[in-house]
Design a protein around this ligand. Structure first.
Ligand code: SAM
Length: 208
């Protein structure tokens, strides 16, 4: 039996080619929100229901988690979403035009704690350049983690770019919400404080 086949994923866009003719009409004229590293899709399940007028895109590197997210959203009959299977930085480059996105959410990214593994982190300068390019002016990137050191690293990276400004005066806010709709929030919030970082694109960059 062939393994790892998920033939019936709804609303999935894959690496094969950016099907712009299918893609652009979905986003046109709507508030566009991305969840990068969407895991099992809990954040998308809550937000697609709360904001039916917005369009949500989950991006996830694990094929199994893409399938799970897709099935859970389809089962709830949501129409305002798509799921991309692939790396976050790659997906921004391939699927999103300049100044087309309102919000980017990164919830509990894998922290890769050892310094020699930092190169594996989703959040790195080349990724942030893509974030700046795809965000609209006034668009925001939200970064949530239970790892204080990763939150500090994120702030350090965001600060390198003059087009971004912290939304919170203290740059990192702890325990901002009593409840946050992701699986990893449920796992981690009883163990340690949750760190919230949010930066806004304040002006158009050379990138867009
Ligand atoms: C710790 S889990 C958090 C999942 C979910 N956001 C939550 O809060 O419950 C991190 C997720 O990011 C995904 N991931 C890791 N690296 C990624 C990358 N480069 N691009 C997209 N997704 C990635 C992992 O497969 C995993 O599902």
């Amino acid at each position: 039996m062939e393994r790892n086949r998920f033939p019936d994923i709804e609303r999935e866009f894959q690496a094969r080619e950016p099907l712009y003719s299918e893609w652009f009409p979905l986003l046109e004229g709507r508030r566009v929100v991305l969840d990068i590293g969407c895991g099992h899709g809990d954040f998308l399940i809550e937000k697609t229901d709360q904001s039916p007028e917005s369009f949500f895109v989950g991006i996830e590197i694990s094929r199994k988690r893409v399938a799970k997210t897709s099935h859970r959203l389809a089962k709830r009959n949501r129409k305002n979403y798509a799921v991309i299977h692939g790396d976050g930085e790659w997906a921004l480059k391939v699927f999103f035009s300049t100044a087309s996105v309102d919000e980017i959410h990164i919830n509990f990214p894998d922290p890769w704690l050892r310094k020699r593994h930092w190169k594996n982190r989703l959040l790195r300068p080349s990724f942030v350049l893509q974030v700046i390019r795809v965000l609209k002016k006034g668009g925001k990137i939200f970064f949530v983690t239970d790892v204080e050191e990763y939150a500090r690293y994120a702030v350090e990276v965001f600060r390198q770019f003059e087009w971004l400004q912290s939304v919170y005066p203290t740059e990192i806010v702890q325990n901002l919400y009593e409840r946050f709709p992701t699986l990893f929030y449920q796992k981690m919030s009883p163990l340690r404080p949750i760190q919230y970082v949010c930066f806004e694109k304040i002006e158009n960059s050379l990138l867009g």
